[in-house]
Design a protein around this ligand. Structure first.
Ligand code: DX5
Ligand code: ZN
Length: 219
């Protein structure tokens, strides 16, 4: 699967998001990771669909919306009409997982499932035929700048094996949390191909250089 770098705008300058999006686009990012938190599913609040809508014109990169909210079904239509290209929601959130996936697929957009560190990867197996991506969280969701949990790697390996068993060849496996120069290779080796990075990317002096370096470390 293609290696893709997805900057998390959680670590961007929220006062200048349009400029930040142009900056990561020019730097060679493959998509934009938008963290949505409701202060309930996770103990932090970020942004909602109106902001996503206002940012849509700033870049042609796909918007990958990571919903860390208790009731995804309630808000998914808003994020879809705001311009999300893919929606990732947590198996731990409220509502029937299959129904929520269908809600996303009905609009012709991509659906992805996320699992928190304590959730077994097997939780996503019943839905592998419908979804395009699985997000294996490598930190407890809620905040940027936390340490990478290498003990999540067996979940990625198991997921890749399960996909192979079922003949699913085009599953994107995303990791989110603590991705930096010293951890990205570990996740790539385990089988991840989509890498979210917030603090390491936005904190680097040259984002384009960091993205190229990250990709090289995945080889
Ligand atoms: C955490 C978010 C991540 C976060 C990653 O809840 O889902 O996307 O921005 O930030 P870093 O790369 O700093 O760990
Ligand atoms: Zn995220």
């Amino acid at each position: 699967m293609k290696i893709q770098i997805s900057p998390s705008i959680l670590s961007a300058d929220y006062g200048n998001l349009e400029t930040e999006l142009r900056r990561i686009t020019a730097a060679g990012a493959d998509m934009v990771h938008i963290d949505v938190m409701d202060g309930h599913f996770v103990p932090n609040i970020t942004l909602g669909a109106p902001i996503v809508k206002c940012l849509r014109h700033a870049t042609d990169l796909p918007f990958d919306v990571h919903l860390m909210i208790a009731e995804p079904q309630k808000y998914i239509p808003d994020f879809l009409s705001a311009g999300a290209d893919s929606i990732t929601f947590h198996t731990e959130s409220d509502g029937d997982v299959g129904e929520t996936i269908d809600l996303i697929l009905q609009s012709g957009k991509k659906a992805a499932l996320a699992v928190k560190p304590a959730t077994p990867i097997e939780t996503v197996y019943p839905y592998l035929d419908k979804i395009s991506m699985v997000l294996v969280m490598t930190v407890e969701p809620g905040f940027g700048g936390q340490s990478f949990m290498a003990d999540m790697m067996p979940k990625i390996t198991a997921l890749r094996e399960e996909c192979a068993r079922r003949g699913i060849e085009n599953m994107d496996v995303q990791v989110d949390g603590g991705i930096a120069a010293n951890t990205i290779g570990i996740a790539a080796k385990a089988g991840a191909n989509v890498f979210v990075s917030g603090s390491a990317l936005f904190g680097s002096a040259d984002i384009a250089e960091t993205i190229s370096a990250f990709k090289a470390l995945c080889e």
